[in-house]
Ligand binder design. Structure first.
Ligand SMILES: [Zn+2]
Length: 372
């Protein structure tokens, strides 16, 4: 999501040109048969809600999860956890544009342990939102097993991105690696975000090509979910509706435990989500909610994403924050039953606060806590 492959957006312009680079996928389904056409209610998240201080705060708000998504470099602003707590947010998600492995290395490091301990002390949940495909299906397997990988539009198998969702072995390897990763990156919320490659296509082989990218991603997500549930029946796996997977799936249904994560990166931020200029995104949200239900759903927004507004190039520009847009957007989400809200805040780091002072985090938190 914070990838230098992403094209430069023009958030205030008439057409936002974030090309198709910043896509995310997260999907899943069982291989080999149409048994993946399962139905069911999504389960609500998770551990400890309503049983501790955090739970009490969550139930007092329109929104249960109130978070920010940060990249590791943002932690040069060392008091991010305190800032999040003071703004009445309850969740920090870590993201890395390059590799999930960097996040794994971080949480195992002394700095990572200190960060996690501080968050725990402040009752903040830490989650991990990652383009995880290179970890789930290592590219080095390609030479011996090209059939695990996607077929591109030229009809060639390629290790460039994602996988072939009709390869049972590929799905099983991905699930096994997801289980391993979940033991290191284990949020107490029980929510996992194993996204597909950012802005990349899925498989075009004869078996896969009749499934949309959203459907292929959901096939994988359903498969990952089944394996993760063996360790903890309450886990949830995100389906990222974003860029090429913004369109709702039709032939594949989410299994219980899959929740919608809606990330409208290509929308405009100078006007609200319900403005005519953003109609395509709101329509996509509504279509997805019909498939996934609102329970457990999350908006992954960009209101504080200095990286997006900077075209993913440093130095960062000041976030063109519009509180009235944020509040209007929150109403749009709340009225649809979306109760988990987070925003990228990438590039808000020590250099950012030196240049521009405090980011509008308290305004963001206050809007989330407001009754409407
Ligand atoms: Zn395929």
């Amino acid at each position: 999501m914070n990838n230098n492959k992403r094209n430069n957006p023009s958030p205030g312009a008439v057409s936002q040109r974030i090309a198709v680079s910043r896509r995310i996928f997260i999907k899943g389904l069982a291989a080999g048969s149409l048994s993946f056409l399962a139905f069911g209610e999504n389960m609500e998240a998770s551990v400890g809600r309503g049983r501790n201080k955090e739970g009490s705060e969550m139930n007092d708000s329109r929104f249960l999860r109130r978070g920010v998504v940060l990249i590791l470099e943002d932690l040069t602003l060392t008091d991010w956890p305190e800032r999040v707590k003071n703004a009445k947010l309850n969740t920090i998600a870590l993201h890395d544009a390059k590799s999930p492995r960097r996040v794994v290395d971080f949480v195992r490091s002394e700095a990572g342990k200190t960060f996690l301990a501080k968050c725990a002390k402040l009752d903040l949940a830490v989650e991990y939102e990652l383009h995880a495909m290179s970890e789930l299906l290592p590219r080095r397997l390609f030479d011996a097993n090209p059939g695990f990988f996607r077929m591109n539009d030229a009809g060639e198998r390629s290790p460039d991105a994602n996988l072939c969702i009709h390869s049972k072995q590929a799905l099983d390897i991905a699930a096994e690696n997801a289980v391993s990763l979940s033991k290191v990156l284990c949020p107490k919320t029980g929510r996992y975000f194993f996204w597909g490659d950012d802005g990349q296509s899925w498989c075009r082989c004869l078996k896969c090509r009749s499934f949309s990218d959203s459907e292929q991603a959901l096939i994988l997500e359903n498969h990952l979910l089944r394996s993760l549930k063996k360790g903890n029946a309450a886990v949830q796996v995100a389906h990222l509706a974003y860029s090429t997977t913004l369109t709702s799936p039709k032939q594949v249904m989410p299994e219980p435990g899959i929740f919608l994560e809606f990330a409208p990166i290509q929308r405009r931020y100078d006007v609200p989500l319900n403005d005519i200029a953003n109609r395509q995104h709101l329509d996509a949200l509504d279509a997805n909610l019909k498939v996934f239900g609102s329970k457990g759903s999350q908006a992954l927004e960009y209101w504080l994403d200095a990286s997006l507004f900077s075209g993913w190039k440093r130095p960062a520009v000041k976030v063109p924050f519009k509180e009235e847009v944020l509040r209007n957007d929150l109403s749009s989400y709340a009225k649809r039953g979306v109760r988990n809200i987070t925003t990228f805040a990438a590039f808000i780091d020590a250099a950012y606060t030196s240049a521009y002072g405090d980011p509008p985090l308290s305004e963001y938190g206050a809007a989330l806590m407001a009754s409407e």
